[in-house]
Design a protein around this ligand. Structure first.
Ligand code: TRP
Length: 336
């Protein structure tokens, strides 16, 4: 039996931060040799909110470079760009025509983003989960690792596959395979440095709220020095009254690669004045190899482009065969 297939992606919206790394990319890297991995840049999703065309290509390119800098290895992983493969858009259309509107209207993320954007809500924002279903189902993955916030979208993906199989397949010959979600546990949910109850986010207007993967040691030091804490003495995990404390200890645990028990024991009597320099040092050291590799990769434009080209070829072959299967099942034929 071959390896199981994993598929996941991140949107190229710039400001890549510790949340993207610890919550997504690092997990892909850790498991990569056990799986056949398809990891992509979701640049079609990136235009569901207002975007700057001058930045789109740059953010896509730098995200591919970061995937490589974080340790994705082409021996195990195919890295590609969503918009390079037309099958994503085409399958989205076919799925659109079997997806009930009310399935999309009740998506939590849509409702939240729609409120934020007021008048400026486009059809693409509503359709975002259908595109995501196409991203996934095109590649027949066994597992889709995502954060908790994407859980509902994965359930929708399965619902769309079930509906398509019901309508156009037979019970013994389903058209699409149902993927299993791989939802990360809360440990990898990195919260804002200025508010421990909110996720670290690239769209937070305050730079102090997040540590970007390419931040200089001076910036990291400044941000940790000024991050929100509390006045309680001693540090411990999982206290709902102390969200910042839990977040900063979790960051330290994830970046130092120590266990939760070890960190709890090490920090239980510490004050912030002792803990903050420790977290600063650990963060700088953890990011250093990524930053060095990133500089090297960015200097070799031809290399990044060849990675995208190779990725496109491998991904396209699989995507077009799934697309053809769906089109055939739905009654399309191209006799010439
Ligand atoms: N929506 C995901 C996010 O913002 C990114 C994404 C797009 C994705 N398509 C996907 C993740 C397919 C997993 C599988 O995090």
């Amino acid at each position: 039996m071959g390896k199981q297939r994993v598929l996941s992606g991140v949107q190229p919206t710039g400001n890549y931060h510790l949340g993207n790394y610890l919550g997504a990319i690092r997990n892909w890297v850790e498991g990569q040799s056990q799986y056949e991995n398809f990891l992509f840049v979701a640049d079609l999703h990136a235009i569901t909110v207002p975007h700057d065309p001058a930045k789109l290509a740059e953010n896509t390119y730098t995200l591919v470079a970061l995937y490589l800098a974080c340790g994705l290895d082409l021996e195990y992983s195919t890295i590609f760009v969503q918009s390079h493969i037309p099958a994503h858009s085409e399958l989205t259309w076919l799925f659109n025509c079997i997806t009930p509107l009310n399935w999309l209207e009740r998506m939590i993320q849509f409702k939240e983003k729609a409120v934020k954007q007021g008048e400026n809500v486009n059809v693409g924002l509503l359709d975002y989960p259908v595109l995501m279903a196409a991203d996934i189902l095109l590649y027949d993955p066994d597992k889709v690792p995502v954060g908790e916030d994407q859980k509902q979208h994965l359930e929708l993906t399965r619902d769309i596959a079930i509906r398509l199989n019901d309508q156009f397949g037979t019970p013994d010959k389903p058209v699409l395979k149902l993927p299993e979600p791989l939802i990360r546990k809360e440990g990898a949910r990195v919260m804002s440095l200025t508010d421990g109850t909110r996720k670290m986010s690239k769209s937070d207007p305050s730079e102090l709220s997040r540590i970007n993967l390419l931040d200089s040691p001076e910036d990291i030091q400044k941000k940790i020095k000024r991050c929100k804490t509390d006045v309680t003495k001693g540090l411990w995990f999982d206290d709902p009254e102390r969200p910042e404390c839990n977040n900063l200890l979790t960051l330290y645990m994830l970046l130092s690669l120590k266990t939760k028990e070890a960190v709890a024991a090490e920090c239980k009597d510490m004050g912030w004045g002792q803990f903050k320099p420790l977290l600063t040092e650990t963060t700088i050291e953890a990011l250093k190899p990524i930053q060095q590799k990133y500089q090297a990769v960015m200097e070799d434009k031809g290399y990044v482009e060849s990675v995208m080209r190779q990725g496109r070829e491998k991904a396209e072959a699989i995507a077009s065969s799934t697309l053809l299967k769906v089109k055939t099942a739905m009654g399309y034929s191209m006799p010439f």
